[in-house]
Design a protein around this ligand. Structure first.
Ligand code: ATP
Length: 480
């Protein structure tokens, strides 16, 4: 993980927010290459959702009527239990406090509580399993925190307060008066913008069930513990799609979307063994079924996308709170009903990090270490590099002209500084799939070398064929 974070900073993918002021926890800025990769990722998602008949897009505002969040349940339930240290005032989420304990400490706690021998003969893995099996439920967690855990900040034991529920929504005020009548929230998810626009979109687009609404946008959560780079941040971007279906058909559509969403990752070059399904055993009372797609991050498996079967809960709640009907009239059967919803919800920033991790590789080439991002060409921030072998004899002029031509259609990088081998390595490190080199032979026969990032194979082709070569290869790679 450290290597990826350091590459991300060095090559301008991701910077810490407000770095010159010491940074702002849980917030990150995307640099020149990062914003290209992020935009490509969002574009790939958007195209997969909207280049079909049955899904419309929207872009709802971040600030919404506060009743939206009462109806959605976020005001009452979007909380994490947390404790404060009375001594040093540090604040922790209880589950994170427990998760972050070392194996040694977990052994000690098990031994203290159960007087069994958790020392010696048992493997760490077994101990961790025992721990997560036994240390669950509010009461036991409260006891462990009260009596057995030292504050990671000041090292005192027995100084934690009772757990309190902490709402994760950022609150602010509209207008000049800061009172409770003017409270608004920064949306903690994009989905509600879709639900409240269900009828607007239905009427404007003349869609019929089943159909979906897709949206990409920022979401904000006042996470108590931000960690693991872009995995858990306070400001992030989501790509969500709500698919409205006739009650009774939700299981079929749930399976359909599970397959579609997994395939999306695979189409973008993710290996199957880096992904796994996690079925939710404990479902929210309104949910019929829920699976997460988890990615194997360097720190362990973590959710990147949720696929949820949510019944008619959201639309019904908005009907109840707004007093406006959210029903659909089915012309064929002449029935009126509230549609059921299948939701696919993926973090753009979190999956950005997953694609970075999945593509990062180090390999020995001729006795030298090469760092390479095997990014799918669709995602690669730069589609090609153009490199004059030397900066003389007109090679640079030809290379500049080629760059200009290609830039009419693609993001292309011109680089004329340093030895050619180093320049190739610089492109490998940022995932550029193709490099075109102008050399002395170009001056004679107008051919250039193309070098492919993954195989490092080189071949010659006419300079006039470069544009077609690139379009063809990118189109082929993207299946378009
Ligand atoms: P977690 O359990 O990891 O907090 P969640 O179950 O609350 O996630 P959802 O509400 O289902 O997440 O959000 C859908 C997606 O949004 C997640 O799969 C993830 O990709 C992304 N996401 C959620 N919270 C964050 C965050 N704090 N930082 C970055 N991405 C996030």
């Amino acid at each position: 993980m450290d290597k990826i974070v350091s590459l991300a900073k060095r090559r301008g993918f991701v910077f810490q927010s407000s770095e010159i002021y010491g940074g702002l926890n849980g917030c990150w800025d995307y640099g020149p290459l990062g914003v290209e990769l992020l935009n490509n990722l969002k574009q790939a998602w958007w195209r997969s959702m909207t280049l079909r008949d049955d899904i419309e897009g929207i872009d709802a505002s971040i600030l919404m009527h506060p009743r939206v969040w009462e109806a959605s349940g976020h005001v009452a339930n979007f909380t994490d239990p947390m404790v404060d240290c009375k001594q040093c005032k540090a604040r922790y989420r209880t589950d994170v406090l427990i998760d972050d304990l070392s194996v040694k400490k977990k052994k000690e706690i098990l031994r203290g509580l159960y007087k069994e021998d958790f020392e010696g003969q048992q493997s760490d893995e077994k101990i961790l399993m025992e721990f997560s099996k036994r240390i669950v439920g509010d009461e036991i967690i409260a006891k462990v925190i009260r009596e057995l855990i030292v504050c990671p900040n000041c090292g005192n034991k027995g100084t934690f307060t009772e757990a309190r529920q902490f709402n994760l929504m950022f609150k602010t005020f509209v207008g000049p008066v800061e009172d409770t009548n003017n409270v608004v929230y920064l949306r903690p998810e994009t989905a509600q913008g879709i639900f409240v626009n269900f009828l607007n979109v239905l009427n404007a687009s003349r869609q019929k069930l089943p159909f979906g609404i897709a949206q990409i946008g920022k979401a904000f959560r006042n996470e108590i513990n931000t960690k693991n780079f872009l995995f858990r941040t306070r400001e992030f971007e989501q790509m969500e799609m709500q698919y409205f279906v006739k009650p009774g058909s939700e299981d079929t559509w749930f399976e359909y979307w599970r397959e579609e969403r997994l395939q999306w990752f695979l189409n973008l070059g993710m290996k199957r063994d880096m992904l796994q399904w996690h079925k939710h055993e404990k479902l929210a009372h309104y949910a019929k079924n829920a699976y997460d797609i988890e990615f194997r991050f360097p720190f362990g498996w973590g959710e990147v996308e949720g696929i949820h079967s949510r019944t008619d809960y959201d639309l019904s709640r908005h009907e109840e709170y707004s007093g406006k009907s959210m029903k659909y009239f089915d012309e064929q059967s002449k029935e009126k009903f509230t549609p059921y919803v299948i939701e696919t919800s993926i973090g753009a920033s979190r999956s950005f990090m997953a694609f970075l991790c999945a593509s990062y590789d180090e390999e020995m080439v001729e006795g030298e270490m090469r760092t390479v991002l095997h990014l799918h060409p669709t995602l690669a921030p730069m589609k090609a590099a153009v490199l004059p072998l030397v900066n003389r004899e007109g090679m640079d002029d030809i290379a500049r002209q080629l760059t200009k031509d290609l830039q009419k259609s693609f993001r292309v990088f011109y680089d004329d500084s340093g030895a050619i081998g180093r320049r190739y390595r610089r492109q490998d490190e940022i995932g550029t799939p193709y490099s075109f080199t102008v050399d002395s032979q170009t001056l004679q026969d107008r051919t250039v070398t193309v070098r492919e990032r993954d195989s490092m194979k080189q071949e010659r082709l006419s300079i006039d064929a470069v544009k077609n070569y690139l379009s063809e290869h990118l189109r082929h790679e993207t299946g378009g």
